[in-house]
Design a protein around this ligand. Sequence first.
Ligand code: ZN
Length: 79
Amino acid sequence: MGDSDTDNEEKCDECQYMINCYKEGIYIITKGVEERIWCQSCFDDMWKDAAADGWTGDDIEEMLKRERKREKRKALNNK
Ligand SMILES: [Zn+2]
């Protein structure tokens, strides 16, 4: 651990944006041994495609769970 600001930053693997881990959302997704770091906006845009493509991770699982809940609610409302 150093004391420079860049220690708090991770680069988004998609758009090369420097994410400040303390202030902004950072998303780590994995597929086998591969790992990618995404910023908030890349994750928002692409998590669905990534999930369909076999990528996973806590953040994707969470989104899928939310999505399923929403689907269930929608199904109930249509009855
Ligand atoms: Zn990004």
